[in-house]
Design a protein around this ligand. Structure first.
Ligand code: ADP
Ligand code: MG
Length: 268
């Protein structure tokens, strides 16, 4: 898997819930980490599902991304190593993050707080002689509030998971409009770089139809790799694991491995 030669920061976003954002963030992160790359997942969803899947403690009393965003606690103080895999780190989310969308409103540079925290963390790693991060994945909540705006301002790429079901494209134009607005006003570097088709059920015509539709609309963005619907993928988080370690030979793990390789290939 090629190294990007810089820190690639990707926001995993889609304002629909349950489309595979978190699953995609943690499993692509795990696949890249398993290949020896340095990967950080930032959990920006108050539900903390990415933290859970990576085996990171995110009980209310833990210092978390909430403290980074609201109280200027350095990211270095909240980043924890995932017990699931080497080279894989996570900044956890706790339930406190649920109030952050509102609390951010009155703060200075409210849209840029995550961006600044990541930049300071990248500097910190360099100062401490730690290996440079190859990838940062930011897992977004299913909304387009200030948490997601912070994620957009911190990243240069957006990765959109699309569930191969009815209404897959619904809401997508709103998401793309938001990305354009951010581009215009807050972060000129931002672009949608990648679309990943998830929960693909090869037995149905509908899934094939939706996949064909999305590919027709976004020929350059959609990865060739498709993530199949797989029970192993949905079981892994209850063992505080990604599917990469839970069942590395499952179709789901292979799908994410392929997606990660393709994403890495397109780095430069
Ligand atoms: P989001 O973060 O967009 O809300 P999740 O990643 O949490 O979505 O996925 C929603 C649910 O679907 C979770 O229970 C997850 O385990 C399950 N899931 C995600 N991807 C797959 C898949 N490829 N096959 C089966 N279940 C999946
Ligand atoms: Mg999620």
């Amino acid at each position: 898997m090629p190294t990007p030669g810089r820190t690639r920061i990707m926001t995993v976003a889609n304002q629909k819930g349950g489309v595979g954002k978190t699953t995609t963030a943690v499993n692509i992160a795990a696949a890249l980490a398993a290949a020896g790359l340095q990967v950080l997942v930032i959990d920006m969803d108050p539900q903390g599902n990415a933290s859970t899947a990576l085996g990171i403690n995110h009980r209310a009393e833990v210092e978390s991304i909430y403290d980074v965003l609201i109280d200027d606690v350095p990211l270095a103080e909240v980043v924890a190593a995932s017990p699931d895999l080497d080279n894989l780190y996570c900044a956890p989310a706790t339930i406190h993050l649920a109030g952050a969308d509102l609390e951010l409103v009155s703060l200075v540079a409210r849209e840029q707080r995550l961006r600044k925290a990541i930049a300071a963390y990248v500097d910190y790693r360099e100062r401490e002689g730690l290996p440079r991060l190859d990838y940062v994945f930011i897992d977004c909540p299913p909304s387009l509030g200030l948490l997601t705006v912070n994620a957009f301002c911190a990243a240069s790429e957006v990765l959109i998971p699309i569930q191969c079901e009815y209404y897959a494209l619904e809401g997508l134009s709103q998401l793309l409009n938001n990305v354009s607005m951010i581009q215009k006003h807050l972060n000129g570097d931002l672009a949608v770089s990648t679309i990943l088709l998830t929960m693909y059920d090869g037995r149905t015509n509908l899934a094939a139809q939706v996949a064909a539709d999305v590919r027709e609309h976004f020929p350059d963005l959609v990865l060739k790799a498709v993530i199949p619907r797989s029970v192993r993928i949905s079981e892994a988080p209850s063992f505080q694991q990604t599917v990469m370690t839970y069942d590395p030979s499952s179709t789901g793990a292979l799908g994410y491995l392929e997606a990660a390789a393709e994403l890495a290939e397109r780095a430069n």
